[in-house]
Design a protein around this ligand. Structure first.
Ligand SMILES: Cc1ncc(COP(=O)(O)O)c(C=O)c1O
Length: 508
């Protein structure tokens, strides 16, 4: 294994680095208003709207800023550095052409309050993207507004509410069913939308237990939320039967699109029987994400649910594109303007550059890579593949280190930390919760065989280390810029100081 050492800079924050009076860029004074093609656009604000004092910003030269962020980036790990097998998160390569398109002034210099006639280009682009997504998912119409997968789930649940309300059925239909392998956001979204969640267990093959589902549905069922392939990477082959059971009970089916990468161009959620489909654009269509953003979670719906989609809808009346707010059954507005447009533009570029065949190939290679890892990791003997090991996985696989852990005291978390020492990002750990000591691995299509082999080699060395010197793993990582962070503290809003002002206030 090649040596990996992350840079360790004791980097101050920009405010601490700055010096009074230092400048990076000086904006030239503009004396006369500039007349532009569309109306009068003034580059100077009228006197009465201008600030009286300068904003409190750090004062630095350009090169200081560049060095600051370069040093920070050296202490980070990214998908541009190497394997990032974070299961369910689909950390694939983010093509530069997508970044290029999203940063063109023709989109970045637009304002969402501009007149519709002046933004026909971007409206056309977003409209086209929504049509492509409808085609890919097998749905009738798509809204691009949700800002993340979880937001798409929430919107899906709101649409279920609106549907049952229109049928005068909402008082009764209070339950949203989810499988026990589902992502935590599924029950959270359902609860936020006012439903009670009902959890159905998986059977020994890792799929929904059909008998348990039969027993769970009733006239209280509002719907079911499901990802397919599921979070074990296993395709729910009984999906049409599942859809039939839920529909017969009067419920709707929501597809959690987190795992769409596995089936792109192969099979469509709409054809499986789903009525609502959200797409984690940032995963499947390769836009930069992680650390909480940015994302986009467009949702597609069947014909009967189209009327509930959020406003405004981008429509084409044959001559031009316009925003339609006249939707009496719409659930309303769920995000400002048209959604996270820079992420949507990257997805547009991704789909356009790969084309239908390319998307299908991406899915095929992602599945091939996952199954290559299944074989290689199982051969190591230290990692177990629970749930029907003979069945091929789709885009991801979930291993358990239960036995290794019992034998050595080294747990899944420790193995994940030790992988960092070998220059590999940790897999998702302890998810899905139905697998004890879980390592959830999703290689995606973006990594070469050599990189996958390096990962397997690291897992082999770690299993040996666990037996010979468990302390080494329990104290990992040692080669990274920071070692063990206090994860509870780091995610606690009261201990996080998210702005300089908050920091100053706390320290006076
Ligand atoms: C299976 C599954 N569903 C839903 C989500 C939520 O998606 P997002 O992070 O875009 O909100 C995730 C996120 O990782 C996921 O893995």
């Amino acid at each position: 294994m090649s040596d990996f050492r992350q840079a360790q800079w004791n980097e101050p924050i920009l405010f601490e680095l700055g010096h009074k009076g230092r400048r990076g860029y000086i904006v030239p004074e503009v004396e006369k208003p500039i007349k532009q093609e569309v109306g009068d656009v003034y580059t100077l604000l009228p006197e009465k709207m201008r600030r009286k004092s300068l904003p409190k910003l750090p004062e630095l030269s350009e090169v200081e800023v560049v060095r600051h962020f370069t040093r920070l980036s050296q202490m980070n790990y990214s998908v541009d550095l190497g394997l990032y097998p974070l299961g369910s998160c689909t950390m694939k390569y983010n093509p530069r052409i997508s970044d290029f398109l999203a940063s063109l002034p023709s989109s970045t210099q637009l304002h969402p309050y501009q007149d519709e006639e002046t933004v026909q280009g971007i409206l056309e682009l977003l409209h086209t993207l929504s049509k492509w997504l409808a085609e890919i998912t097998g749905t009738k119409e798509v809204s691009l507004q949700p800002a993340a997968g979880a937001h798409g789930e929430f919107l899906g649940a709101l649409i279920m509410r609106a549907f049952h309300e229109l049928n005068d059925d909402l008082d009764k239909r209070t339950e949203l069913i989810i499988p026990d392998s589902s992502h935590g956001t599924n029950p959270a979204s359902a609860t936020m939308a006012g439903f009670n969640t009902l959890v159905v267990p998986s059977d020994k093959t890792g799929c929904i237990d059909i008998d348990a589902l039969q027993a769970a549905v009733s006239n209280r069922t509002a719907g079911l939320m499901l990802t397919n392939p599921n979070t074990l990477g296993i395709f729910e082959e009984n999906i049409q039967e599942i859809a039939g059971i839920v529909h017969d009970a009067g419920g709707l089916l929501h597809y959690d699109g987190a795992n769409l990468n596995a089936i792109l161009g192969k099979v469509r959620p709409g054809d499986m029987g789903f009525d609502i489909v959200h797409i984690n654009i940032h995963k499947t269509f390769g836009t930069p994400h992680g650390g909480g953003g940015p994302g986009a979670g467009p949702i597609g719906v069947s014909e009967q649910l189209e009327k509930f989609l959020p406003v405004p809808r981008i429509v084409n009346d044959g001559k031009s594109y316009r925003l339609d707010y006249e939707r009496p059954h719409s659930v309303g507005k769920i995000r400002s303007f048209h959604g996270n447009v820079s992420v949507l533009l990257r997805a547009y570029a991704y789909i356009l550059s790969l084309g239908a065949e390319g998307l299908k190939e991406a899915a095929e290679i992602s599945v091939l890579n996952a199954n290559y890892l299944v074989k290689k990791i199982r051969d190591l003997g230290a990692y177990e593949l629970p749930y029907d090991a003979k069945r091929p996985r789709k885009h991801e696989c979930v291993f358990s280190v239960k036995s290794l852990s019992k034998e050595t005291g080294v747990r899944a978390l420790n193995i994940s930390k030790r992988l960092l020492d070998y220059g590999i990002h940790a897999p998702t750990t302890y998810f899905p919760s139905i697998v004890e000591e879980a390592l959830m691995i999703e290689p995606t299509e973006s990594f070469e065989k050599e990189e996958l082999d390096r990962f397997v080699q690291a897992l082999r060395i770690i299993a040996e280390e666990a037996k010979a010197n468990p302390e080494l793993i329990l104290n990992a990582p040692q080669n990274t810029s920071v070692a063990r962070l206090d994860e509870v503290k780091a995610s606690h809003p009261r201990t996080m100081l998210l702005s300089w002002n908050a920091y100053v206030k706390r320290n006076v």
